[in-house]
Design a protein around this ligand. Sequence first.
Ligand code: GDD
Ligand code: GTP
Length: 418
Amino acid sequence: STKAVILVGGPSRGTRFRPLSLDVPKPLFEVAGHPIINHCLKAIAKVEDVREVILIGYYDETVFRDFIKDASTEFPQFRIQYLREYTALGTAGGLYHFRDAILKGKPERLLVLNADVCCSFPLGEMLRLFEEKDAEAVILGTRVTNEAASNFGCLVSDSHTKRVLHYVEKPESHISNLINCGVYLFATECIFPAIRSAIKRRTTRPRLLSYPSSDNLESSFVAGDDEDGEKNEVLRLEQDILSDLADSNRFFVHETKDFWRQIKTAGSAVPANALYLQKASPPPSATIVPPVYIHPSATVDPTAKLGPNVSIGARVVVGAGARIKDSIVLEDSEIRHDACVMHSIIGWSSRVGAWARVEGTPIPIGTHSTSIIKQGVKVQSITILGKECGVGDEVRVQNCVCLPYKELKRDVANEVIM
Ligand code: GDD
Ligand code: GTP
């Protein structure tokens, strides 16, 4: 199974989110109608084997109480709990401190999400890469401009294998424009030993830490050989663990081409709001009079009108202003702009020109025949174009059967075109 952790941070670090964070903790600030971390939960809910989500932070116990109550109703598939760090333990410190709670139920995979990012969270794709590569860790990456890259964790990867070769947190000089999105998937059997060896390394040699108060660049020495090992739990996933993971051969990056933004400053809530809204509202779609079937690979212009009783096959393209009714449009056909198709079958890979009219005659309900009598002769009532036919622009085709590979350049009615 997979467990998920959302790193929610704490009040002291929300300074750049002022003045909004004076009234609401940043993770609960609403964008696109929902708290920032609700968007994370929605994405986690799409991963089917997650039964538990743990929020880790150093906010007061009461801060997430109502949110968790509401979210537990919205996401009954997993249990949500908040675990509080007594002080900022760093992005890996909290994971390590609460390792027993995280490892309970023996999850094989651990998803870790920074609460302060907004993106489409392609967790399913990350899981697929994880399985495919039998990875220890998969990180979500995105491309940013060279100037922006140094504000983030930077990744050097092998574009072919997707393996992470180097990881440097906020490098001083440019190394890559592929950056850490703050979304990770770890094998639980690897991440905790990796944190443990980082602790071991640190207790054998003291090191300079500029944490947790990186906002004011205050640095402090953290004592080396620490007897109880408790006071010394500040651990940063990025600097202390990810760089090491890159030395293993099983650290991979999934590069997202979708949107990604950090939500640090209060102002960054506006782009986050816009991006989530755009994602939620489906693109404008054609006017549909049901029942209509449209193959997912078809492209229908939003100004077209379809239905009733229309089936649109795979890869079909329907242009602007086209009107289709009581018809079957077979795979790979194109109905150009302002064309009208009624009571017809358009054969595979056929093309109906702009302003053309392809029509049959409606068969009265209850008739078992598809032919009718017109001017004393029995004709086809449904117009049928065979494979790869072309109807010219503005051409009218009425009650015809047209054999494959024909080009209709003039108006035709009541004919079999051979
Ligand atoms: N529980 C807990 N405890 N959470 C923390 C702590 C802590 O001590 N410190 C930070 N966090 C949470 C924050 O709330 C945020 O969600 C996330 O961890 C990362 O915050 P920062 O440590 O401030 O790092 P950053 O945002 O400057 O950079 C990180 O995120 C970038 C993507 O947004 C790094 O991972 C970068 O490499 C990455 O590019
Ligand atoms: P308390 O800790 O007292 O609340 O009770 P509990 O032990 O029943 O709760 P917990 O949520 O830890 O476990 C419930 C059951 O779900 C156990 O059988 C766990 O093994 C299992 N479980 C917990 N988390 C996960 C998970 O993320 N994935 C899967 N597949 N199972 C889980």
